[in-house]
Design a protein. Sequence first.
Length: 280
Amino acid sequence: MENEQISILKMNGKHDVFDARKLRLSLKNSGATDDMINHVLSEVSAALYENISTEEIHKIAFSRLRQYKRSIAARYKLKKALLEMGPSGFPFEKIVEQTLIHQGYQTETDQILEGVCVKHEVDVIAQKDNRYLLVECKFHSEQSRQSDVKIPLYIQSRFHDIKQNWKKLNQHQNKIHEGWIFTNTRFSKDAIQYGNCMGIKLVDWDSPAQGSLKELIDQAGLHPITCLTSLSLNEKHKLLNENIVLCKELMNSRNILFKIDIHKQRHSNILSEAKQLCNL
């Protein structure tokens, strides 16, 4: 299987060669054991055909993992779970804020800040020691959508206007001001090149190599409730409408399951899966 030269269709419409090593790593990062991984790889291998979509490969792997352990399958579907939080960008902003809090930052959300020229709404302001981060969150509900160069171009002009104003204020003297942009999909090559050139920190699904969105969520146990395999999509949306975004929030508000009419007999399985995702 490791040497199969099968063409696969990616979400962006491009073709690539199936690489079992990438799937193996993804499964391992989800917490699967070597035995689980080998069985999943064997099942995927048997189902491969020319131009199979990455979505179909993911469905096969997810289905097999779910038979082993729901919490591992839930971690494996994190990318899709982030897409399912839409259409509002609020849940994604909450996840981004919580990743920063986990790193020791104090945060404020949805702030209106004065620039030299005009006022600007900033998704998250994060402060630690002498560092101030201005954070923009770009949420996409389709995996094929990238954040192109227009995003950092636009955000950079806003950050620059705010930072120029901050330079006039005593409390911001000798402070480090940084602009950050998070997205749940990926940035285009031009966006990354521009961000690097202008000193804007870009964080997407799997980059940078250290500190990608996936890594930040996994390390902090900040998985959204849309990861849970024990809930229907409709039940997940009901929880999101109650502002329950994270599994850890569900653990702290267990009675919300009664409010959205989930039978008591199911509660223990749902909460058990949520607890494992929270690294509790």
